[in-house]
Design a protein around this ligand. Structure first.
Ligand code: 6YU
Length: 565
């Protein structure tokens, strides 16, 4: 009996985010896998699910909502089973609401001219933007698209529409400025610097589930915590960064005479683990720190070539008012090519033998961007009592005009939305701002004090109140600098497609007839073709890879999908 147990397959899971925890939980509930180890680089479980204290309350530094909380969403199901959601979130009514990914909250729109914009004007522009965004889904199965990116498609359509507008010039420019806010908002949703980086053809492949997005009253972190406690204690090792995964080998252990293992995983502290299978769940940008890029020279704002001629800039509008005046200063920031270069270099040393070309190409081609949060606590709210969302419109901006690239002078312009944390009786007066792209990465390099000062200036300008008291506290996420994440989530970049996601998810060795199959398996949000960038995509990907192993050994439990709670 003992010998039989010893002979059972050894499985390693790298990374204790939802993908890794999901895989480990599924495998540990089968008797076929008594030798399971979960290796996590940091000192906690959850990865990009990360609840942290901010004063007396818990806030989310990473994932915020369950997107589409309804029966088909495994995160919703698991969280409900663990009793982590409130009644409203679990109600049938809530599960049936279809919002198409953008729940509408009572919002106030502040502009850089220090005025509150008319809700009617904003609503019309928002409807236009959502209609155009919905149209992008029509390109999904088309063999060819007229422009490569979502951004270019939207701008082309907007440039057409502008010609039909009968408003006065001031209103036209205001509408364009509002549209620009929606472009930036969409960058946060897609986790990208610019919608020009997001591929048009595959954009519609991202799938939305029904249900009104909900949050965890006690913090999202309750979910990984519950999952963790369901695993055998000794199976999880924290502070174990993996530095190399060697596969296709024949590794021996003194205590296991006569038995060889095809996989050896090496950790930063030198400890090595032998295994039959390893499931890698590290984010698409794996491990190690990359320093922020060097200075380059910013360009002055220009009309975008694709739409030049559609509209010329109004006199005195662009770069006006002496606010973060454009652009003749050095720019500090990252170049997306640098990150791709790093990946190319790094996965060759992380996985040995290196990944087959198709997989390496997929890693290079898929996008992985940054979206950060900035929490600000105020003594007194400056927003109206029923407001749950503050949106910011920079009146001198337009999607048809190239944006300034001087990060130092204008990074804060990318922060265009603040959630008012609900309910105020619990949170007091806390705003959660979202900021994506290179501006977000630049923000990570600043001190808390510098962020607080810049945002105080912004809010004073928006409210037209130069004496508005600054926030009493600030806290922000820094996902691009986090050494084991290096960004926020994946997107399908121009030049890639859902096929790249599938290629990334393919196990090694590629030859299905190999006598030692499924040595290296891949999970994580970036490996889910329709739910990438979400917690449910991550969890499903972990389950998928666990199921691959369960089917390999064809255990009688392989069809039991209920995790041990
Ligand atoms: C969601 C939401 N959400 C905001 C922000 C972020 C994300 N997401 P993990 O990284 O979790 O785990 C890997 C582990 O591996 C980790 O613990 C590492 O420490 C470890 N590791 C790494 N290297 C290692 C090594 N060498 N050795 C050992 N261990 C190692 N998702 O559903 N709702 O509201 C948000 C949001 C700021 C950063 C989010 C949200 C994304 C999820 O957080 C994320 O996908 C999963 O947690 C990832 O889990 P994992 O296990 O794969 O990796 C059309 C179209 C548009 C497409 N996008 C639309 C969707 C919008 C997404 N929503 C985002 C919004 C917010 C606010």
């Amino acid at each position: 009996m003992e010998a039989a147990a010893e002979a059972r397959p050894r499985v390693l899971v790298v990374g204790a985010g939802l993908a890794g925890l999901g895989a480990a939980q599924r495998l540990s509930s089968s008797r076929a896998f008594p030798h399971l180890r979960l290796l996590e680089s940091t000192g906690r479980a959850g990865g990009r699910v990360c609840s942290q204290r901010f004063g007396s309350e818990v806030v989310e530094m990473g994932a915020h909502w369950i997107h589409g909380p309804s029966k088909e969403n495994p995160v919703f199901q698991l969280a409900s089973d663990y009793g982590l959601l409130d009644e409203e979130a679990m109600s049938e009514e809530n599960q049936q609401i279809e919002v198409g990914g953008h729940p509408l909250l009572p919002a106030v729109f502040y502009s850089s001219a220090g005025r509150v914009l008319s809700p009617e004007l904003v609503e019309g522009v928002r409807n236009l933007f959502s209609t155009l965004l919905d149209q992008t889904r029509e390109f999904l199965h088309m063999p060819q698209v007229s422009v490569p990116s979502v951004g270019e498609y939207l701008r082309k359509e907007i440039a057409q529409q502008v010609k039909e507008w009968t408003d006065d010039d001031e209103t036209k420019w205001l509408k364009l400025a509002i549209l620009n806010t929606y472009f930036k908002l969409e960058c946060c949703v897609s986790g990208t610097h610019s919608m020009d980086d997001v591929a048009l053809g595959p954009f519609g492949e991202y799938a939305m589930l029904p249900g009104l997005d909900c949050t965890f009253p006690g913090g999202y972190g309750g979910l990984p915590d519950c999952m963790l406690t369901s695993l055998p204690k000794e199976s999880v090792l924290f502070h174990k960064p993996v530095t190399a995964v060697r596969w296709g080998g024949s590794y021996r252990e003194e205590s296991q005479e006569g038995r060889t293992f095809p996989v050896q995983v090496e950790c930063e502290d030198g400890e090595r683990f032998l295994a039959d299978h390893v499931i890698i769940t590290v984010p698409l940008a794996p491990t190690k720190h990359v320093t922020l890029g060097c200075a380059s020279h910013a360009r002055p704002r220009q009309l975008r070539p694709a739409v030049a001629g559609a509209l010329t800039a109004p006199q005195g509008q662009l770069g006006s008012a002496g606010w973060s005046s454009p652009s003749q200063q050095p720019t500090t920031g990252t170049d997306s090519q640098e990150q791709l270069g790093f990946l190319k270099e790094h996965h060759e040393t992380f996985i040995d033998p290196p990944l087959p070309p198709r997989k390496a190409d997929a890693i290079r081609q898929l996008g992985f961007g940054t979206n950060n949060k900035i929490f600000l606590e105020f003594e007194q709210p400056f927003w109206p009592p029923d407001c749950q969302l503050i949106e910011v419109v920079w009146e001198d901006e337009s999607p048809l005009v190239e944006a300034g690239t001087d990060l130092q002078a204008s990074w804060f312009r990318k922060l265009i939305v603040f959630l008012v944390l609900q309910p105020p009786e619990r949170y007091g007066h806390i705003l959660c701002g979202f900021i994506a792209g290179k501006e977000s990465e630049y923000m990570e390099t600043l001190s808390d004090a510098a962020v607080l000062t810049a945002l105080t200036d912004v809010i004073r300008r928006l409210t037209g109140n130069p004496h508005l008291a600054p926030p009493k506290k600030v806290m922000r996420s820094q996902w691009h600098s986090a050494p084991y994440t290096r960004g926020s989530y994946s997107y399908v970049a121009v030049g890639s497609s859902g096929d790249d996601i599938d290629a990334l998810a393919q196990p090694l060795p590629e030859d299905a007839a190999d006598p030692r199959p499924l040595q290296v398996l891949f999970a994580g949000e970036a490996t889910h073709r329709t739910f990438y960038s979400t917690t449910h995509g991550a969890l499903l990907s972990g389950w998928r890879e666990a199921d691959r192993l369960l089917s390999l050994y064809d255990t009688s439990e392989s069809h039991q999908h209920k995790p041990r709670l």
